[in-house]
Design a protein around this ligand. Structure first.
Ligand SMILES: [Fe+2]
Ligand SMILES: [Fe+2]
Length: 187
């Protein structure tokens, strides 16, 4: 499937606002890929499709995950919306003809991160947070950091999202902690 066809297909499946967000993530991911020497096409496709499963209802997400024999922990049971990442990755081939494992992994990791993230995974995680349609306090500094240093930008992104989760008294996913610690242990 060509990118234009993917866009057409996706635009029919997502609400306008989320489709626009997806275009923003694709564009930002492409720019970051160029900056950090990663395949621009893969970044654009992963960015475009990262939320392709985001508009299932909660019940549909659980149903789909069961149908696809996707294992999910107590945390996903508690916060089923997290499943859209792994579901999106699982649907890529049947819905969009994408077999590329790098793209699949980047989509799988885009919500909470994970251990051993590739450059592409980090780019998609960041692009999701900083695309032009986003607006939250401290976004400007994250955007600047993303242009300077990929790992330092990830550290800041994890810090910001963990602070957000803490303020809401919500659960911190252990994969986010793993990914964040990895950067600190390396540095
Ligand atoms: Fe998402
Ligand atoms: Fe997103």
């Amino acid at each position: 499937m060509k990118i234009a066809e993917m866009k057409e297909f996706l635009s029919k499946r997502l609400k306008e606002k989320r489709y626009k967000h997806s275009l923003g993530v694709a564009m930002t991911a492409g720019q970051l890929a160029k900056r950090y020497g990663v395949c621009v096409e893969k970044a654009e496709i992963a960015g475009l499709l990262h939320d392709c499963a985001r508009e299932f209802t909660i019940n549909e997400m659980i149903e789909q995950a069961n149908k696809r024999q996707i294992f999910f922990s107590e945390i996903e049971r508690h916060v089923p919306i997290l499943l859209h990442a792994v579901l999106g990755a699982d649907m890529l081939e049947e819905s969009y003809g994408i077999k590329d494992l790098d793209i699949k992994q980047a989509i799988r990791f885009h919500t909470v991160g994970g251990a051993n993230m590739s450059k592409l995974d980090k780019i998609i995680y960041l692009a999701d947070m900083i695309e032009p349609g986003r607006d939250f306090p401290e976004l400007a500094i994250l955007r600047r950091r993303a242009e300077e240093n990929l790992d330092q930008a990830m550290l800041l992104a994890f810090n910001q999202s963990m602070q957000f989760v803490l303020k809401k008294n919500s659960i911190i996913h252990p994969d986010t902690v793993l990914a964040r610690n990895e950067i600190l242990l390396k540095g």
